[in-house]
Design a protein around this ligand. Structure first.
Ligand code: SAM
Length: 421
């Protein structure tokens, strides 16, 4: 039976995964717009069943690593790229497999070290520009104690898992609102009223996480933190059997501010323990402007989809540049993904349309066009309702102050590489 025939047997509502939750390992950290794990698992399993010669998978925008973890779980060797160091830290902790006994011992030592630091006060308060705006002074004190204790742990791999747990506690006790991914300070009374349970929460977090990160998995993994187009350009062509991803649907600054969501955590985590350039947190918007459609863009699309050209005429001139910048970066990503896929390899793309200037940006249709241009055959299309994606009701604000509604539908394209141009 062909893949399309197998997929035809599923009802459309099936793919909504109404009752599915990202449980287990996927619960260990919060990140915007995470994929639905059981759906990724099922799609990847169908591809591998259909072609047992598929071994290597790439996710060039891996986010919180849901797709990478599911790929690894079914035995694929997985390679992930993301420009956001917090996405890198989350995914690393999920993919590195830990020996539970070692972690248990390390946890006991860490908790003891925290107790001593609280007693003897031999630590320096952490500092960065405007730290008092984002954290209360008692919070700075307690987080600094935990940070010092983590830095004294000798094993780097173990520190990776602590930094992930710590990042979640940093976010919880920051003064930023939870109603948006953008950084906005809460009302003063809410900040004052916040109860400080940092030490017990951190202990709970490392214990809960410990129970989830030691599960056995078969496939190897490799992660790169950086601009996906630069990284993909450095890889050998036709080196992957499957590319499975959900790219950003627009530039981060006006779509989902993954960077702003992550910056406070990154300002506390010790970047020396990871391979990324920490200048990306020099200011709160830098990470988002380094992302697709941001400052790196050189407006060098190879093929300009006619659908885009028609769309551009419908929005106001001041919005056009941003959309074109995003498109040109994305078209480069698409071209590079095709280059990295082997002949007859499969691409699974989950896509959504957002609105710019009140007009829906037809990203899905643009991808259909790109697929045809770059020699990818669309084998199947799944349209689904987004039931559980972690998105606030209003995603972010445009420069004109108008909120952008979150996406409620998304489309998954199943593509096959037919030729190379
Ligand atoms: C929709 S999320 C990915 C969701 C993910 N597939 C999952 O399973 O959780 C998109 C990701 O693209 C990343 N991104 C944006 N621009 C990038 C770039 N130029 N290079 C690498 N990653 C980028 C963002 O940091 C974000 O994590």
């Amino acid at each position: 039976m062909s893949l399309a025939q197998i997929l035809d047997a599923y009802s459309e509502e099936y793919w909504d995964f109404k009752n599915a939750k990202n449980n287990g390992i996927h619960k260990i950290a919060n990140y915007p717009a995470s994929m639905v794990a059981p759906m990724q698992h099922e799609l990847l399993q169908l591809l591998v069943n259909n072609n047992p010669d598929y071994h290597k998978m790439l996710d060039p925008f891996h986010g919180s690593g849901v797709t990478l973890v599911e790929g690894q779980e079914i035995g694929l060797d997985v390679f992930g790229i993301d420009i956001n160091p917090y996405a890198h830290i989350i995914s690393l902790a999920k993919l590195e497999k830990y020996n539970p006994e070692d972690i248990q011992k390390a946890n006991d030592v860490l908790l003891e070290r925290i107790k001593q630091l609280r007693r003897n006060k031999k630590f320096d308060n952490h500092d960065f520009v405007n730290i008092e705006k984002w954290f209360r002074s008692d919070v700075i004190n307690d987080l600094s104690i935990i940070r010092t204790a983590i830095r004294q742990e000798k094993c780097e791999r173990t520190r990776h898992y602590y930094w992930l747990c710590f990042g979640e506690i940093v976010k919880k006790y920051s003064n930023t609102r939870t109603s948006t991914f953008k950084l906005h300070v809460k009302e003063t009374d809410k900040i004052d009223k916040m109860e400080n349970h940092i030490f017990t929460d951190f202990q709970k977090k490392i214990e809960e996480t410990y129970a989830l990160i030691g599960y056995p998995a078969s496939g190897n993994f490799e992660l790169k933190c950086g601009d996906t187009n630069l990284v993909m350009n450095s890889l050998d062509k036709e080196s992957f059997d499957i590319i499975c991803t959900s790219p950003p649907y627009g530039d981060n600054a006006t779509t989902v501010t993954y960077g702003q969501f992550s910056t406070l955590q990154l300002l506390w985590i010790d970047a020396l323990d990871f391979q990324y350039d920490d200048s990306c947190v020099d200011n709160f918007s830098r990470l988002d402007s380094l992302s697709l459609g941001g400052a790196l863009t050189r407006n060098n699309a190879f093929y300009c989809s006619p659908i885009l050209t028609n769309y551009i005429e419908k929005i106001s001139p001041n919005k056009r540049k941003k959309v074109l910048q995003f498109y040109s970066d994305y078209e480069n990503s698409f071209r590079l993904m095709v280059r990295l896929l082997r002949q007859k390899g499969r691409m699974v793309l989950t896509l959504g349309n957002r609105k710019v200037d009140g007009v829906e940006f037809p990203f899905t249709e643009i991808n259909r066009d790109l697929a045809q241009h770059y020699g990818m055959k669309i084998e199947y299309v799944i349209n689904r309702n987004i039931v559980h994606k972690r998105m606030p009701k209003k995603v972010s604000k445009l420069s004109d102050g108008k909120p952008v509604s979150s996406m409620t539908r998304e489309t998954t394209f199943l593509l096959r590489k037919e030729r190379w141009i």
